[in-house]
Design a protein around this ligand. Structure first.
Ligand code: ADP
Length: 251
């Protein structure tokens, strides 16, 4: 579905992401793991078209770079970390903003029945239907993040790119968000590429793990073949021992 080949990108100096290749199939949830500064966000930003890059970037056989912005937004949506809601939109209006890629004459052209249906479905799926008339400036962090997720879904992309969407969220909200994403990705024709801060959450969510080391792919394996010991070298510590010791506190 998504094919990335020999992708490199950066910020003008030496490339931060180097020669990265991977594929994501329909229904797949690929999580990118690696320590701070290894290039996870940079890679996601390049996939989202927010950073110039070299290499192959195709979705459904189409060159993503050659697509007009709207067409591209129908294929890929980036959901990033909690961003403060600066405007007094209602939740319903904020989620409707996700429909811009589908509204021919722009947002001022008026909402269609399909727009309303997509917004309502997204509000339902993310559990924000009851909040629809509230102002986004008056929501808690967890509620706001679910509203952002609803807006991402309303865009009706084929692939959702996640940049640490669970950061700053309480455990319950983290688990909820991941469950919602799992449900969303189970509809045919969809996939997820995600960076999740929490390794445990990433391993629970992913069916494929891509390890990024100094901007290059160290491994890209399905979960059932993934060797957890690879995390030790990548993070420079005995990750499994740390996890086991932490878990013992709960028994
Ligand atoms: P990660 O998401 O894995 O923590 P990032 O992609 O944010 O890593 O950063 C990778 C590298 O790119 C880091 O060395 C970081 O300092 C650098 N970097 C990130 N953003 C910028 C920027 N806007 N300009 C220049 N360098 C940047």
């Amino acid at each position: 579905m998504l094919r990335i080949g020999h992708l490199s990108c950066g910020y003008g100096g030496p490339p931060v992401v180097r020669d990265v290749s991977f594929r994501v199939r329909e229904g797949e949830r690929l999580c990118i793991l690696g320590p701070n500064g290894c290039g996870k966000t940079t890679l996601l930003r390049a996939l989202a078209g927010l950073l110039p890059s070299q290499g192959v970037m195709e979705m459904g056989g189409e060159d993503l770079r050659a697509l007009p912005t709207r067409r591209r937004a129908q294929k890929l949506a980036l959901m990033s970390q909690l961003s403060p809601a600066a405007f007094d939109y209602s939740v319903y209006e904020a989620v409707m903003l996700g429909r811009y890629a589908h509204q021919r004459g722009g947002l001022l052209s008026g909402e269609s029945e399909a727009d309303r249906k997509a917004v309502e479905d997204s509000l339902q799926l993310t559990g924000t239907w009851e909040l629809r008339d509230r102002l986004v400036t008056q929501l808690s962090g967890g509620q706001l993040q679910r509203v952002f997720l609803a807006r991402t879904f309303a865009q009706d992309p084929q692939a959702v790119l996640l940049d640490e969407p669970t950061n700053h969220l309480d455990l319950r909200y983290q688990v909820e968000l991941i469950d919602i994403l799992r449900t969303w990705s189970s509809t045919p024709g969809r996939c997820v590429v995600g960076v999740l801060h929490d390794i445990n959450l990433a391993l629970a969510f992913a069916d494929t793990v891509l390890l990024l080391d100094h901007g290059s792919v160290l491994a890209c394996e399905p979960m059932d073949r993934f060797d957890l010991a690879m995390l030790d070298g990548l993070y420079g510590m005995d990750v499994r021992d740390y996890m086991k010791t932490t878990l013992q506190r709960w028994s």
